[in-house]
Write a protein that binds this ligand. Structure first.
Ligand SMILES: Cc1ncc(C[n+]2csc(CCOP(=O)(O)OP(=O)(O)O)c2C)c(N)n1
Length: 833
């Protein structure tokens, strides 16, 4: 069946109360203000935002004042771009009704706490970076209201991603970690526990419980993040989706995602746009993320006028049919009202919403930075400007200073306690679904059996190659399924496509969910997968992997948007909250993986070292030199090897179909959870040399090294990985060479030293070892392998054969490629040290 589009979960819009079709004078005035009122709004506490006059609003009418008071006030609603009129009316109706009375005592308490928390840190840890929230502390009452409204509508957990600004404040006042735990970060206790690892205090994740205004309880999960602004966005959304998928029915109500952004980052970083772009797509939706732009109209030293080509930083969100609420951060009742409205909207329509919380930045970018150098006039104004005192005055509370003094004393006592802490506090608890899994160094006992009984393979194969009666199959796909059926019966060698299908089918049958996403992954870029069968008469879909067994686990194979960092970040996040599942991301060609480099560097390879957080994510990266040019050849093996240390990741290149099958099953079945980078084939996908007999699926496990059993004593041992090994075998045959062994290194990291030593020993102890690679000398595994090979070579001499160093990975000429490839093969058999 076609995948259903995501639906609003509260049954769509309410009946409209406002009649926008009326031609009355009132309606005409209101119509103008509903559309353009935000442009003249009183949105910036310091009047720094350049004012804008909308000619449409200069109307001489008895209704102008009324409309202006609603739409050009401290709230500005930007919703003209929402296609659905009933959604716009839903917002008008609420804007035009009388605001509810807010719990002002609670709001004031939250504001004082947030400001005083920063001031107490400033007092004691002068010279440390803390990225103060002062100037936008309305964020805390805002989140308080999101939690209250969310909880009333079904939220039991807030999954929150944010960067540096105000993070410590959020850890204290939203995640509710005791302040002494946070202050201990400044005291930098227990340095020996994090030698060479760990992270700065404003990157650490945190969990806690929040009691809402109405007494509801919401679990808070603040996601660990790197400095790379906005990189945490897709990770947070992916984590939310995994939590929702684990829950099934009702998951979208329970798990509410909230992303807090800086204004410069929101406008500037493409990964945010990528993340928002999949908000409504079936494979990725979370039923709406609430975005808050903590907008201080500055980025480090940069003015908002230099940050974006749009009026507001939030305008990037206008491409989606979702509301943007601008609000003056100093009218905190309005902030709370907007928070309620936005949360209700998310629950009503199941889409993203954006709150643009406009304030200012009290200090420099960090507290050690002097902002008067770049914005002298603004900072003169800011210096004189009160904080929570403004709200206390507005609501007529006179004893607020005493309240502030009491809160200050509380924090100062916590600072004293922090000085006594000797062990670095962990600000979070992991969910119990991580209990069974391990990180750290690899141990042999983590290995598992991955072979399957022949009968089981036959049964899986039957399910994979059949479809319902009356299904009109494409003739090409019919042929492919017939061939796959023969593979399952052992009548023809199994290729990669079938090997992968068998691995996935075996896992879902055993109750292990499988999720794969990538560009065109449902069919497969190289026509190799065909995971979804499409009826050629009505385009109905049939997914064999969803029809393996009645009680099977889910199998989701999704065509992703054309995004690398956004989607890879999502899948990393998904793997973080679904350790039991096999989660895979596939690059269209491995060459495009470098677009997502920050996700690889900051999360995938360093997540365990920095935050002790594990992931079993699999990256499938088509790799191999086939004359297709500089951007269709290399997934940059060298980059992954450079990132490898202390068994943080696994890097493999399975050179035949059975090896791929065992590798995928090993990843899912063992409880050692480490990211796995797989260099996958292109031309070898259906090549007979890389296909495997069905027998290889029954008994063997993944072999880190494929020995050369054809050759005993050898004068020369060629060590290689991937496609080149098959070409070397063909060349050896052509040469009728019987003294050269060809050894495939199937796992490049962790380096299988013992297996390789054993294999060398089988071929005697003299002669040469030659590392052969297709990549140029400055790329590929060469740099990593040579010292390792030299260490274990014994009396053998170690040499290498590779393309010449090059600034670009591969030639653009297919013919030049052939010449180069031929030369490589010749040199592999002839080069002398
Ligand atoms: C991807 C990336 N580029 C550059 C930086 C350096 N940097 C850190 S904070 C910052 C300014 C951020 O401004 P904004 O998003 O408005 O947030 P604010 O600090 O003003 O709250 C910059 C450029 C970074 N951390 N990440």
């Amino acid at each position: 069946m076609p995948t259903p589009k995501s639906k609003p979960f509260n049954g769509g819009a309410r009946a409209a109360v406002i009649d926008t079709s009326s031609n009355s004078e009132r309606e005409r005035v209101f119509s103008a203000f509903r559309q353009w009122g935000y442009l003249e709004g009183d949105l910036d506490p310091l009047g720094f935002l350049r004012p804008r006059i909308a000619p449409e609003l200069q109307i001489d009418s008895e209704y102008t004042r009324e409309a202006r008071a609603i739409y050009s006030s401290t709230i500005g609603v930007e919703i003209n771009h929402i296609y659905a009129p009933e959604r716009r009316r839903w917002i008008y109706e609420r804007m035009e009704s009388k605001p509810q009375e807010e719990d002002q005592a609670r709001i004031l308490d939250l504001l004082i706490r947030a400001d005083v928390f920063e001031q107490v840190m400033q007092q004691r840890y002068l010279g440390s970076k803390r990225f103060s929230l002062e100037g936008v502390t309305a964020l805390i009452p805002l989140v308080d209201e999101v939690l209250d409204t969310g909880s009333r509508l079904g939220a039991t957990e807030l999954v929150m991603g944010m960067s540096h600004r105000g993070r410590l404040n959020v850890i204290a006042h939203v995640a509710k970690r005791p302040p002494e735990e946070i202050f201990a970060g400044f005291e930098d206790v227990d340095p020996r526990s994090v030698l060479g690892s760990g992270d700065v205090k404003y990157h650490m994740g945190a969990t806690g419980e929040y009691i809402t205004r109405s007494g509801g309880k919401v679990h808070i999960h603040l996601v660990s993040n790197p400095s790379h602004l906005e990189a945490v966005d897709p990770v947070t959304v992916g984590r939310t989706r995994a939590k929702q998928d684990r829950t099934g029915e009702g998951g979208r109500e329970k798990y509410l995602p909230l992303l807090v952004h800086g204004d410069a980052a929101f406008a500037g970083q493409g990964i945010l746009a990528e993340t928002m772009n999949y908000a409504d797509l079936p494979g990725y939706t979370v039923g709406g993320t609430i975005h808050v732009v903590v907008n201080n109209l500055l980025g480090f030293t940069t003015s908002y006028l230099e940050e974006h080509s749009t009026r507001f930083a939030a305008c990037i969100a206008r491409r989606q049919s979702i509301p943007i609420f601008h609000v003056n951060g100093e009218d905190v009742d309005a902030v709370v009202r907007v928070a309620r409205l936005a949360t209700e909207y998310r629950y009503q329509f199941g889409t993203d919403v954006v709150i643009d919380l406009i304030g200012y930045r009290r200090h420099g970018h960090s507290e050690v930075d002097d902002p008067t150098v770049t914005q002298p006039l603004l900072y003169k104004k800011i210096k004189e400007h009160p904080l929570w005192e403004i709200y206390a005055d507005d609501i007529g509370v006179t004893d607020a200073p005493a309240q502030a003094a009491a809160i200050k004393a509380e924090f100062e006592a916590a600072q004293k306690d922090a000085g006594k802490i000797t062990k670095k506090p962990t600000l979070r608890e992991l969910p119990s679904y991580w209990d069974r899994y391990y990180g750290g160094r690899h141990k042999p006992e983590f290995e598992v059996e991955t072979g399957l009984a022949p009968e089981e393979l036959a049964e899986l194969s039957a399910h994979l190659t059949t479809y319902p009666d009356g299904f009109h199959i494409h003739p090409k796909v019919k042929k492919l399924l017939e061939q796959r059926a023969e593979m399952g019966e052992g009548k023809r060698p199994v290729d990669y496509g079938m090997a992968e299908a068998l691995a996935f089918a075996s896992l879902v049958k055993a109750g292990i969910p499988v999720r794969l996403s990538g560009q065109d992954s449902r069919r497969g870029t190289f026509n190799q997968r065909h995971s979804v069968l499409i009826d050629i008469e009505d385009e109905n879909e049939y997914v064999p992997l969803e029809n393996i067994a009645a009680d099977q686990a889910p199998c989701g194979i999704h065509n992703s948007t054309l995004s690398e960092p956004g989607v890879l970040g999502f899948e990393y996040g998904y793997s973080r909250d679904y350790p039991e599942a096999l989660v895979l991301w596939e690059a269209q060609f491995g060459d495009f993986v470098n677009v997502a480099q920050a996700i690889i560097d900051q999360f995938i390879s360093a997540g365990e070292a920095k935050w002790s957080l594990l992931s079993g994510l699999v990256l499938l990266l088509p790799h191999g030199y086939e004359g297709q040019g500089p951007e269709h050849s290399s997934a940059r093996i060298e980059r992954f090897l450079q990132l490898a240390a202390k068994d943080n990741i696994q890097i493999a290149q399975p050179s035949n179909a059975a090896q791929y099958f065992h590798l995928l099953r090993r990843q899912a079945l063992r409880h050692w959870r480490k990211p796995l980078v797989v260099f996958t084939p292109k031309s070898m996908l259906r090549h007979p040399d890389a296909s495997s007999p069905i027998a290889d699926f029954t008994h063997k496990n993944f072999q880190n090294v494929l020995p050369d059993l054809e050759i005993g004593e050898a004068d020369r041992i060629l060590v290689c990985t991937g496609k080149i090994g098959h070409e070397l075998q063909a060349e050896r045959k052509k040469r009728k060479d019987t003294s050269t062994a060809i050894v495939f290194l199937e796992q490049l990291y962790p380096f299988p030293e013992k297996e390789l030593i054993a294999e060398f020993a089988r071929h005697g102890d003299s002669g040469d070892i030659v590392w052969v690679q297709e990549e140029p000398a400055n790329m590929g595994a060469l740099f990593n392998m040579l010292p390792r090979l030299e260490r274990i070579a014994g009396s053998r001499h170690v040499m290498s054969v590779k393309r010449s160093s090059s600034a670009s990975p591969a030639t653009g000429s297919a013919k030049a490629h052939e010449v180069e490839q031929k030369t490589l093969l010749t040199l592999a058999f002839t080069t002398k040290g």
